[in-house]
Ligand binder design. Sequence first.
Ligand code: AMP
Ligand code: MG
Length: 419
Amino acid sequence: MSGIVQIVSCLDGYDPEALRVDKAIEAIKACLTPISQAEAVPVREALGRVLAQEIVPDINVPAHDNSAMDGYAVRSSDLADKETALEEIGVALAGKPLRGAVGAGQCARVMTGAVMPQGTDAVVIQEVVKRDGKRIVVPPGQKKGQNVRYAGEDLKIGVPVLKSGKHLRPAEIGLIASLGIGEVQVKRRLRVAFFATGDELASIGAKLREGEIYDSNRYTLHGMLSRLGVDITDLGVVRDRPDLLEKAFLEAAGSADVVITTGGVSVGEADFIKQLMAKLGEVLFWKIAMRPGRPMAFGRIGDAFLFGLPGNPVAVMVTFYQFVRDALLHLSGRTDDYAIALLNAISSEKIRKVAGRTEYQRGILYREGGQWKVRTTGQQGSGVLRSMSEANCFIVLEHSRGSVAAGEPVQVQVMEGLT
Ligand code: AMP
Ligand code: MG
């Protein structure tokens, strides 16, 4: 374990007291080492996993030149600038090739997917020919190679098609299957343990006492982690007591690759956590120039990385999506591009914003007059979880930007499909 403090303090413009979002992302990434262990799984079960091998075809896909249409396979050298009459000598179906070759002046009936009969090099679609028994009349204007799918046009023997680190979606699963491969190596799942901290937290099923609130962070975290396909351990609610917290941190770090906590990192509480963390590992406490989600801790305890998220429910979700998600994907071994897309939309209203921090306002993206427009969900307090539920996007107001006037373009991150 090489020192996190050492790595991070070498970064240009690193200021833990007023850390820009982009710097925090850079600092986290600089410290992470992706997991390397892999396991073999049947191809269907590899959906959503991270590939841990290169896929190099040992067959061509398709394996043979074949017809892309229903029609007639012809020899383009037979055709002229006028109608040409050819003799149909047989039929080739998908999976049932024509025996023998097509000679000069001849053609063969072919169906989509049929192997191109020997001697032929183009397919004339059935809709344009005239037929009279075995006599097929082809109109002028046909071209060599038309309506033919060539062997290896999809995947070629020896040409690598998937790299290690690729996220396996339905397309990749099908592609691997098209090569006849039944089992693939994938990275083992990342193990993530989490707990919520707070003396005010009540668990579902318990009656609320004065000053208590139900813990919701563990539920949003569980939901967000489930979508990422990691192995999840929920360690429950831990009271703000050093002995209990120490036990929870050690238990979590002992079995997981990543530990996520919520609460206890705000200025009022951080001192006490800081002392504890100094004993257990190496943890940085950041004030990030963002809203919501200003306080956050990042570090290592034993072999596990720690993300100490704020306590406020919206801040938990925002810091998760902006920092933790990408960190977990990186740790999982992903090497493809998994950044959340930033798209442009027109703000339909004025948005108050202070320059010098990145804001993630909850927005509603909608289509109007042929344009994508966005408005906020209203009240943006970091405790208003309803704002997340009403939103279908984050309005990302960049660091140096001030207030937004109605009609100005802004950037948004769409929540639908967000992992
Ligand atoms: P903290 O960062 O611990 O000071 O918490 C900040 C705010 O978030 C407080 O108002 C807490 O009551 C609230 N909060 C902390 N943890 C949770 C939780 N697990 N579920 C819902 N609200 C929480
Ligand atoms: Mg607290």
